[in-house]
Every structure is written in C-alpha cells, then in structure tokens.
Design a binder for this molecule. Structure first.
Ligand code: 3H9
Length: 686
C-alpha cells in the first residue's frame, strides 16, 4: 500500500526536528500515523542538521492510544511495537510534548522517549483494561521501571488517568509547561542537548525494581481488590501479571511476555465485547437525520419539581456540572427533608475524600430549594420528578406548559407512564421529552432520553448534549411501557418467577444469574426494588406472585422481608415463609413442578431478554441494537465483558437463539416467547 504521510507535519527549528501528528479527533495511532512517525523519525535520525527531536500533536489531544477500529483486522506494518522499538533505540534525544489525554499506546510512545513535558491540564493513563486488554506496547514494562509498582498497578487496573500534578510528582513527566507548550519544549530540549551527553532510556535501566515483601503485599492487595471489584473480568488480573513480570524478567523478556498476554486477550470474547461497547457508547450519541444547522440550547438554569430521592439526585447531577438548579416542593417538610438528604450525601462524599469542603460548598451554593412553583418561569429546563401518578403529572405539565418561558425544555423523569399523553397536557408537546434517570441519580451513569411523538429534534439534541455535560451516558429511546431497560428487565423477572413456581430454588436462580456476571439475581433485584412497586391493597392482583407477598406485608429489603429474610445489615437468608408462599401460589394455579439443568435455567432467564430486545428494535424504539446493549451494560448490570443482550445473542448465533426460543414457546404461551418474523435479521444487525 502507498504510504500516506499527510497525517504528520515535519519541520526543523533551531536544529530540532518537530514531528507533529494530526489525525483527528484523538490522534489515534492508525497505520498512517505509525508509518509517518517511523518515516520522519528515521529522517530526523539521519539528518546532520538535527540534534534533537520533539514528538507532538495537533488538535485537542496528544495520542489517545492505538486505533481501536483497526483491532481485529490484520495489522499493517509497521505495528506499534516495531515503531516503538525504533524510537527506543534512536540516538538523538527525543522529547514527548503532551497535552490533552496521553492514553494507552500514546503514553507508551511517550515512555519510549527520553523526556516528557506536558501542559498543566494534561492527563495520562493506560486504559486498556477498559477494553479487556493490557497495554501491548511496553507500558507494563516501562511504567513500573519509571514510577514504581504501586502507582503502575493503580493505573493499569483502574484504567483511570492521572492528572499532570500527580504525573510530575511521581516522575512520569519531567516538566510541566506554563503558557506556551511548544516554546517550553524547544527550550527544554535545547537545554538538555547542551547540558547532558547521555539521555535516559527506561529500557536501559539496569537497576532492578525492588521485589521485596512489601512489593509482594502490594501485588496481593491489588489482586484481591480486582477480584472483588472486577468480578468476572479477565483483563485486570492479566494487567497485574504483566506488571509483576517487570519485577521478575529482564526488560526484553518482559516485553515478549506482555505481548503474549496482550495477544491472548485480543483473541478472547471478553475484549471483543468491551471494544464493541466502546464504540456502541459513542454511536448511541448520534441522532440520525439530525439537521446540521440545529444548535443545542444553552442550559444554564434548571428547575426540578419534586425533591424526593430522585429529584434530589437529579439536582445534584446539575450542581456537580456547575449548573444552577432550583428544587420545588409542595411543603416545607418535604423541602427540609430534601435539603437534609442532599447535604448529607455531599458530606459523605467529602468524608471519603472525594470532594473538598470548598467543592461541597460551591455545589450547595448552586442548589436552591423553594415552595414557589412560579420559579419554573425562568428555567431553561424543567424536570418533573414527582411520584408516578398520571393525574398529578398531567396537572404539573399543564401548569408548567403555561408558566415556562418560550423554548424552555419540559422533561419528565417518569419510568412507567405514557409520555405522549403527558406531553399533550402541557399544550406544547414539541418541548416535552423524557429524561429517565436511574437511582441513585447522582451516581448511575445511564440516562434514557425519551422521545415522545412530537418532541422536536432540537430538544432531543440539547438533552443529548446536556447528558454529556452532566457526565451521563445517554441513549435515545422511544415511548413504550418501561422504555428499554425496564421492559427487558420485566421479561427476565417474569420468567424467573415462573421458574420459582415450577419449584426451582430461588437461591439457585439468583446464583446462576450472579455467576453469569450480573451484580445480583432476579429475586435479590426484586427485593431491592421493592415488591410493592405499583401494588395497591385495593387492587391486588390474584394472578401475580409478588402481590401475594405484598398481601402478607413482605415488601422486600425495605421492611427486611421479601423473597428473602434480611437482618438489620440487610444480609439475606432463606425464608421458609417465602418458599411456602411460592409453593401455595403455584399449587393454586395448577403449575406442575419441573426440574431444569443450570443451562436451561440461564436460557430461560436470558432468552426472553434478547427476544424483547429484538421486538424493541423492530418497533424502532431504539435506533440500533447496540443502543440496547449500552442501556444494559450501563444501567442494568449486564456484564460488560459479555457486551449486552443483543451482542450476546448475536455471538451465540441468531439461529441457535431462535431455535431455543421456539423450543420454550411450546411450554410458555405468552408474549415473552413469541418472536418477531424478522428475528434473525434484526439480531444479526451490526
Ligand atoms: C491501546 O492503545 C493498545 C496499546 O496498548 C497496544 C497496541 C499494540 N481509536 O470518546 P469521544 C474516537 S488501546 C479509535 O467521544 P471524548 C471515538 O470513537 C487504546 N477511535 O471523545 C469517537 O469517534 P466518533 C487505548 C477513537 O472527548 C471520537 O474519537 N486508548 C479512539 O469524550 C471522539 O471520542 C483508549 O482506550 C481510539 N483509541 O474523549 C482511549 N479514541 O466521533 C479511548 C477515541 O466517530 N478513548 N476514538 O464517534 C477515550 O477514552 C476518549 O475517546 C478520549 C476522548 C478521552 C480520548
């Protein structure tokens, strides 16, 4: 293939070769960048005029890593290790000039340079673990040799970047730049050339890293941490193993070992699923057919109606992003409770050291609480977050529709009610949208942005942009009962109840779902959500198992009795009463007992989820299958290393999944097992 060097600029200034990567948006190390860098490094190395080299980037960031979109394809040479090997052996001093985010292969490249300079707001990380990988171009061998084992372990196992102050303190960068990064780089390298005859190279560090008892304890601590926090993920342990190799192996052998682990992970299903989710998350931001002329509205003032747990959490999201917010409540008692909850929440975060006193103060200053409904009139965005009662919400929308200023966005946080009906009651349905936050709203990253029939594209666009500002992962969905997340969850919960009624032990079902990778099983989930959600004594349903639990006052964790019994610390134990309730109910419905293998139980819980996902896609509730997977991975505990229900189903094979669903549909004659005619085509969609 003809080499294209247009992604690199090369110029020589005062005997310094300045090599600039310009591969927007994030200067990923695509084939043309690798080839160009190698070409110009060789040119600089050979040039008699050049005494030193700077590698820098144009645009918003230094190199943010290998080009993930090239993964899975046959690599084109030079590959990254080949390029970095050349860089490592360059005789002339090389300085990495970093701004923005130096990530993955980008940081690995910087570690091959003799020196590193960075702007004050730069960030540095090895986030490969988030893609189910380890750094594959020397990161796990060079980083510990530079900054030690403990910090390296923290970086590779969390995947989180460190800021420039930390990076400077630990020696990851040699100098922080003031106002003019390029000018500082040129001065830095010129000084170095004048004062130093030998330039440091991490690969030539002969002093071994201390491998003493303390180091072994650190390794042990990280191992046990990732086992708990990243249960089921393979990559965190591989990262630790590779860092450990830097203690035990000579540098070049360490590189080979790292590469072997990297290749192994790259071939595996977990990394494929996590890479898929990386792009799925970014795809979810894209609204089809968006008119490029539309500009998002600047949201500066938000009003939240309802200061319960949800409303308070939503207000905190806004304040955390620097947006001023007013919470409106109907009584002083509720307002006081709301304020107390919010302050306690912030104080807890402060106690854990995640926020300073100053930050807490600033955030609280942005939150106002009020009894005056009229305050909606100067808001750019009004979010209704009162409890799920259609009449109450309709009344609120009627009032807000009249009071809110022109072009203000009117949002509902409803999780269950018909948004089309609500939007009509406002008298300005084009301004109405659903913003379905998940509890706790200030923590959970998923946001279902619900488009009603008449919602304007500009309102949707603004809300998708706002979601990013408040650090949420937005997914645009249409109106249907339960939207995407709850609708699919309902399908699994229904079938789990059915299994229990056929005599399958609920602990066994919960264990299997937990072992699949969910944080908890269906019955633990039901107890946590509350069995009385939507239940009213006067309208108890004799066809629902959960209603039988409510009738005897078993509401779940909230009153320490549901499918399980709970002690004061909410530790669950088996409940004989619960078993009896299930058995009696099954008997009254004439449900025969059956036994199933573990695989059959898992199939019965998971297949209805995939099936429901296909129907959701068929009804155009979402734009693409991957949107469903983003909802599931970020809001409903589907293990990221399995990609989400649609990815999982497609990987199993649409034929196989359909065959199994058809098999079970002989026994269960209801909508959860009825499939779309187009099932295979829909599930196979990429
Ligand atoms: C690696 O380096 C392996 C090596 O160790 C060994 C190799 C042998 N590649 O997130 P955004 C695209 S693994 C390709 O919305 P932000 C992204 O898809 C890599 N494309 O922006 C999107 O495209 P579009 C280790 C990439 O400002 C656009 O850039 N590095 C890559 O919110 C904007 O992205 C990582 O894991 C990439 N590496 O955040 C870093 N990165 O506009 C991954 C981004 O078409 N990247 N794109 O949808 C990030 O964490 C964030 O993108 C970043 C910017 C913080 C950089």
């Amino acid at each position: 293939m003809e080499k294209d060097f247009s992604v690199i600029d090369y110029e020589v200034q005062d005997n310094i070769a300045v090599i600039v990567v310009k591969n927007p948006p994030v200067n990923a190390l695509s084939f043309s960048v690798r080839a160009g860098l190698l070409h110009f490094l060789m040119k600089a190395e050979k040039s008699k005029e050049v005494c030193g080299i700077i590698i820098a980037c144009e645009g918003r960031t230094f190199i943010a890593g290998a080009d993930i979109s090239e993964f899975g394809r046959k690599p084109q040479e030079p590959d990254l290790p080949e390029l970095l090997d050349y860089l490592d052996r360059t005789k002339k001093p090389v300085l990495a000039e970093m701004h923005g985010t130096a990530l993955g292969g980008g940081l690995e490249l910087a570690l091959c340079c003799n020196y590193r300079i960075a702007s004050k707001n730069a960030r540095f990380g090895l986030p490969e673990v988030n893609l189910g990988l380890i750094p594959g171009a020397g990161g796990t061998q060079r980083l510990p040799r530079l900054i030690g084992i403990e910090k390296s372990l923290a970086m590779v196992t969390s995947g989180s970047p460190v800021g420039s102050t930390d990076a400077y303190k630990c020696g990851l960068v040699d100098q922080l730049s003031g106002e003019n990064l390029r000018c500082d780089s040129l001065n830095f390298i010129k000084d170095i050339i004048e004062t130093e005859s030998v330039h440091p190279s991490i690969s030539l560090k002969t002093k071994p890293i201390v491998n003493d008892e303390e180091t072994q304890t650190i390794l042990k601590t990280y191992r046990s941490q990732v086992r708990k926090r990243k249960r089921g993920f393979i990559a965190p342990e591989y990262n630790i193993r590779s860092i450990q190799a830097s203690l035990e192996l000579e540098f070049r052998d360490g590189l080979k070992f790292e590469r072997k682990l990297f290749d192994e992970l790259m071939e595996g299903e977990q990394s494929k699923a996590q890479q898929y989710l990386f792009f799925a998350e970014r795809q979810a931001n894209k609204i089809p057919d968006l008119d490029s002329k539309i500009k998002p509205v600047d949201i500066q003032k938000v009003v939240v109606i309802g200061g319960g747990l949800m409303g308070g959490g939503i207000a905190m999201c806004m304040a955390n992003a620097g947006i001023s917010v007013t919470i409106i409540e109907s009584s002083k008692k509720f307002l006081d409770r709301c304020w107390k909850n919010i302050t306690a929440n912030y104080q807890n975060t402060q106690k854990k050291g995640r926020l300073s006193q100053e930050q807490v103060k600033n955030r609280l200053c942005l939150i106002d609480v009020s009894l005056e409904f009229e305050k909606v009139s100067d808001a750019d965005l009004v979010i209704e977050a009162v409890f799920e009662n259609m009449q109450l919400k309709k009344d609120i929308f009627r009032r807000v529709g009249k009071l809110a200023k022109k072009n203000a966005i009117l949002a509902s946080n409803t999780s269950a009610l018909d948004l089309n009906t609500l939007s009509e009651s406002s008298g300005r349905p084009q301004d109405v949208i659903g913003l379905h936050f998940f509890s706790p709203a200030n923590v959970m990253r998923l946001l279902e942005v619900v488009r009603a029939q008449k919602t304007s594209v500009s309102v949707i666009y603004t809300c998708m942009k706002l979601a990013k500002i408040i650090k949420k992962i937005p997914v645009l969905v249409g109106v249907c009962p339960g939207f995407v997340g709850n609708r699919i969850l309902f399908a699994r919960q229904e079938q789990a109840m059915r299994l229990a009624m056929q005599g399958i032990d609920i602990e066994r079902i919960d264990r299997l779902i937990y072992e699949f990778g969910f944080p908890m099983g269906p019955f633990q989930t039901a107890d946590l959500i509350g069995l009385d959600l939507g239940w009213e004594k006067a309208f108890t349903n004799e066809n629902l198992l959960v209603d039988k639990f409510c009738e005897v006052g078993r509401f779940g964790q909230k009153n320490l009795s549901g499918f399980y019994d709970y002690d004061a610390s909410r530790k669950a134990t088996k409940s004989e009463l619960s078993e009896k309730l299930i058995e009696d109910f099954a008997e009254s419905k004439g449900i025969p007992k059956r036994d199933y293998t573990d695989d059959e139980i898992l199939d019965q819980c998971l297949l209805p989820m995939i099936n429901e996902g296909v129907k959701i896609r068929e009804e155009n509730v979402v734009t693409r299958n991957s949107d469903i997977d983003v909802v599931y991975a970020h809001g409903f505990g589907w293990p990221a290393y399995r990609g989400g229900p649609m990815h999982f189903g497609r990987t199993l094979g649409s034929d196989k999944v359909l065959k199994k669903i058809n098999y079970y549909s002989q026994f269960f004659k209801d909508r959860f097992w009825q499939t779309s005619h187009d099932f295979r085509n829909i599930l196979d969609e990429k």
